[in-house]
Write a protein that binds this ligand. Sequence first.
Ligand SMILES: [Mg+2]
Length: 222
Amino acid sequence: MQKTIIWDLDNTLYFETEEYKNKLNEVTAKAAIKDFNIPLDIQTATEKVKESYLTYRDGLEIFAKEYKIPHKKLYISYHNYKSDLISMIEPYPGLLEQLKSLKCPQFVFSTSSRDICEKILKHIGLYDFFKERFYSVEDFDVYKKNESTNVYQKLCETIGKKPQDCIFVDDSYSNLNFAKQTGMSTVRIYYRNNSAKDMSFIDSAYKGITECIIGLKKDYDC
Ligand SMILES: [Mg+2]
């Protein structure tokens, strides 16, 4: 059976540098302070974002919990600020050709908002390739991919594929856990070292996008 690849977008189809990640944390803090009047200075709020990632694998959750702000509102506000950072992303040279060399159908499924996905895909030169084949959690009325299997099931229904026939590729292992529970094969992209190698819900791990594409061809006949 021909497999279908579902790609994560952020830090998978482009690399998030430390500088970019720091900026993301900063704009998350800025959104919380400016749009929701959270009484913290930018530095303290940025530390909270980091804490939130460590605790909840999500940068907004801590503000939603501690200040009782609806997650959806934080999500929308954060993405308004994230938009300004897209120009910092350095596209991978030749990625489009590498993706085209895979024989599997390919989709994108992202935690970023639909609007941001579209802007990023355009910026990294993959918009035409993934046009009408990219989905945001927003499309399923949720704001995370690491909360339940539900959103993965809905995604499969939407694209008309069985989870068993899908390979989900993500840099974030908390997402892969739910993809695996849905029945998908799971592939993790890592960069420095494979910090999740003992996690049984990850079927394969490859270092960086190029190794990943080679691995998908060799190990999954894609
Ligand atoms: Mg990611």
